[in-house]
Design a protein around this ligand. Structure first.
Ligand SMILES: [Mg+2]
Length: 283
């Protein structure tokens, strides 16, 4: 069994696709650490399998051992380049919906005129996705949908976001258990690992439930000030302050953004890896 389970968000955490600059060579160093450091690697992302593969190829990042995709609704084991979906996770989250198909859940919401189904490619076995006008009273809408689903004993996780380019609201209805934190806890048990041997890295609001939990976590330096403030605010209340590290930069010549922040945080929790860093990085 590998010693460390490293779970990473992709966009703007491993992938340098934000506004801040990436340290030159940081991704190569990240790959070297993963390969040399007895690390089991998992990506945790909103992306589906196609977009996960596209990111791995485009940014030349390590192929992971596991991938949690589609906002936590799919989980894959990757062996020798072959991706197989983990039925155990699919079965686990299906219980929240009592094996009821998304099409039937859609029929429960037929009278909600504000909801427009997204394209078939955006739907999943455990994911029902809608477009919603941005100017709607979101809190009221989500509250009413939640009550309607409760009437049918559907335990759902409603994820609201905005596509700012298309100026449209996006609503994902998922099984309640299909969230990043629970998916990581499930992966820890499936791999026979433990929280103390796990590190999570993320950058944004949808990573916060893991960041503020008792899973040792890293916020990369490019995380917005709002996300950092919210993380500290929650941690002051729940007392999980030993399980968060915010990358500072100026570490082995790295700036703390994206994969540089992951490296810095990983070594914060597992200092024995630092010697590996100096071995792989010629100064
Ligand atoms: Mg992200």
């Amino acid at each position: 069994m590998k010693n460390i389970l490293l779970c990473c968000d992709l966009d703007r955490t491993v992938l340098p696709n934000g506004h801040q600059p990436e340290s030159p060579g940081a991704r190569e160093l990240f790959a070297d650490l993963v390969h040399g450091g007895d690390i089991l690697l998992a990506y945790v992302s909103g992306r589906d399998k196609t977009l996960l593969l596209e990111a791995i190829d485009k940014y030349n990042i390590p192929v992971p051992d596991y991938a949690i995709g589609d906002v936590g609704t799919t989980m894959y084991r990757i062996e020798d380049g072959h991706w197989s979906e983990m039925d155990s996770w699919a079965k686990h989250i299906a219980e929240d919906w009592h094996n009821i198909a998304p099409s039937e859940i859609h029929s429960y919401l037929a009278d909600f005129n504000a909801l427009r189904l997204q394209e078939d490619s955006k739907q999943g076995k455990h994911k029902l996705s809608y477009y919603v006008p941005v100017d709607i009273d979101t809190a009221a809408l989500l509250g009413t949908i939640k009550s309607r689903l409760d009437e049918h004993a559907i335990h759902a996780n409603l994820i609201w976001s905005i596509d700012e380019i298309k100026n449209v609201g996006l609503l994902d209805i998922l099984p309640a258990r299909a969230n990043k934190l629970h998916a990581i806890e499930f992966l820890i048990s499936q791999t026979g690992s433990s929280k103390s041997h796990t590190v999570f890295a993320g950058d944004s609001g949808n990573d916060l439930p893991v960041i503020v939990s008792d899973v040792p976590s890293v916020l990369v330096k490019n995380a917005s000030a709002d996300v950092q403030d919210e993380a500290w605010h929650t941690i002051e209340k729940n007392g999980n302050k030993n399980f968060i590290y915010i990358a500072q930069g100026d570490f082995h010549g790295l700036n703390g953004n994206y994969s540089a922040g992951i490296i810095e945080g990983l070594i914060h929790y597992h200092p024995q890896l630092e010697k590996l860093l100096s071995q792989v990085k010629p100064d």
